[in-house]
Design a protein. Structure first.
Length: 43
């Protein structure tokens, strides 16, 4: 199990794919941080 294993989150990060172990939806905390960074950048 490592980067070559498509079933793990690390493998999915390496491949750039999403699924059960690496869902596309962001967590609420990360969404807020991303929104804050985006508003800071635009100013």
């Amino acid at each position: 199990m490592g980067r070559g294993d498509k079933k793990t989150a690390k493998g999915k990060r390496f491949k750039g794919s999403f699924g059960k172990s690496r869902p596309v939806t962001k967590s609420p905390a990360k969404k807020a941080a991303a929104k804050k960074a985006a508003t800071k950048k635009s100013k």
